[in-house]
Write a protein that binds this ligand. Structure first.
Ligand code: GDP
Ligand code: IMO
Ligand code: MG
Length: 426
């Protein structure tokens, strides 16, 4: 049986969390998103067909798996309905039996999206490069105790009161910034319609998860973004507005720390980042372009080209520690095929080998070169099929970051997944 597992990104997002959660979800009773919103883009490739999920958990293609949006998620109800409709059009039913939405999750309003964009504009050259989905302002209102929750969508009086309050705070900021405020009453009506559609799916998610676990079932907690986009532990202020580390699964789903058995860190065989902020091992020029093309590194949510760079061992080692990672899943190893030598960052100059700099702006990466491999890995089906140099690269990563690599991914498809053991071998 699958233990209760938290899956998190160990870099700046887009490590391949969706693919790994999809693979693991055959053995899970529930998959829960616990933070973030539709800033995420999690890609699944099934029989050559690509599906990008922004809000729905990546267990949605497994009929026996309950998908849960936990209290820690921020939900744009219009986007959620589009995603549900698109899946249903492909023959994947998404009804109350498949999807549970926490009544306590916060709701993104049109004015949150406007404020997100206006704040980005106002930052000029210092812009964060947000996804523009209203994530920051919505979490801001949650913490300021001024937010709208899913439960409010079910009741005209509370929704009206909450939206009027939002218009007098966020709305004022939007108007001050020169934004065109949408009509309040029209938004109330629109969101009540979302509420009516959502009603059968809304519930006490924490209670349902408790009962699944009490009955011996297993729960997968699907992280979004990555460790260094965490609002506390990331490259602040160039971060997202939620905690993305494994500990957030507890607060964002409503389970205690003792409910978590394992933490799987998803790690790309190199590094990417979308948006602004420090990135010590970034490579520009032709090499950077080559990596971007080889890895098809364009954002699953915004389509923006991702910044690319080499594997950064101090970064991932820090992620292993911050998340309590027990096992790693290494993705996109196939992308590095063809390089004569693979540069890897072994330490940051000036920092003691074990230390972590106070700011990544100051990190000066020092590199070593590992032998490359010429062959294409896409058709490998077991770890033993991998060329010797490739296995040595994996072994080097395990040693450098202090966690075992139990799964290796050599392509986007489900079948391009090499299981080495541990919890993946169920
Ligand atoms: P997530 O946000 O962590 O779920 O990752 P994304 O879906 O945003 O980005 C990962 C991209 O890499 C997607 O296009 C995946 O289909 C693709 N992918 C995942 N694993 C592999 C792999 O092992 N090799 C290759 N070439 N592509 C992969
Ligand atoms: P997944 O789950 C990569 C980045 C944005 C921006 C910063 C803040 O697919 O890995 P936000 O809209 O959250 O306020 O933007 O965070 N970002 C991501 N980068 N993958 C993601 O999600 C991301 N979600 C947000 O590009 O730099
Ligand atoms: Mg993504």
């Amino acid at each position: 049986m699958l233990p209760n597992v938290v899956v998190v990104g160990t870099q700046w997002g887009d490590e391949g969390k969706g693919k790994v959660v999809d693979v693991l979800s055959t053995r899970a009773d529930a998959v829960v998103r616990f933070q973030g919103g539709n800033n995420a883009g999690h890609t699944l490739v099934v029989d050559g067909e690509k599906i990008v999920l922004h809000l729905l958990p990546s267990g949605i293609l497994r009929p026996a798996c309950l998908c849960v949006l936990g209290n820690g998620v921020v939900i744009d109800p219009g986007v959620l309905w589009k995603e549900i409709d698109a899946l249903e059009a492909r023959g994947v039913p998404v009804d109350a039996g498949r999807l549970l939405v926490s009544a306590r999750a916060h709701v993104i309003l049109p004015i949150h999206k406007q404020l997100d964009l206006l704040r980005e504009d106002a930052r000029g050259d210092a812009k964060i490069g947000t996804t523009g989905r209203g994530i920051g302002p919505t979490y801001g209102d949650k913490v300021a105790r001024a937010g709208v929750r899913v439960v409010d969508l079910l009741d005209r009086a509370s929704l009206t009161e909450r939206i009027r309050a939002a218009w007098s705070s966020v709305g004022r900021a939007v108007a001050d910034g020169g934004g065109d405020l949408p009509d309040q009453d029209a938004v109330i009506e629109e969101y009540l319609v979302y509420g009516d559609r959502l009603r059968p799916m809304v519930g006490d998610a924490a209670g349902v998860l408790y009962r699944i676990r009490a009955g011996g079932g297993s729960v997968l907690f699907e992280g979004a973004q990555g460790t260094f986009l965490d609002v506390d532990h990331g490259t602040y202020p160039y971060v997202t507005s939620s905690n993305t580390v494994a500990g957030a699964a507890c607060t964002g789903a409503g389970v205690g720390p003792t409910a978590i058995d394992e933490v799987v860190g998803i790690v790309k065989a190199y590094t990417t980042r979308v948006g602004s902020g420090p990135f010590p091992t970034e490579v520009g020029g032709e090499t950077g372009e080559w990596l971007r093309a080889a890895g098809a590194e364009y954002g699953a949510t915004t389509g923006r080209p991702r910044r690319c760079g080499w594997f950064d061992a101090p970064l991932v080692r820090q992620a292993v520690r911050l998340n309590g990672v027990t096992r790693l899943a290494l993705t996109k190893l196939d992308v590095l095929s063809g390089l004569a030598e693979v540069p890897v960052c072994v330490r940051y100059g000036g920092a003691d080998v074990d230390g972590w700099p106070l700011s990544l702006e100051q990190a000066r990466p020092e590199y070593a070169s590992l032998p490359g491999w010429g062959v294409d890995l896409g058709s490998c089906r077991s770890f033993e099929d991998l060329p010797e140099a490739c296995r040595a690269y994996v072994a080097w990563i395990e040693e450098a970051v202090g966690a075992p690599v139990d799964l290796v991914s050599v392509g986007p498809g489900r079948e391009q997944t090499l299981v080495r053991g541990g919890l993946f071998a169920g």
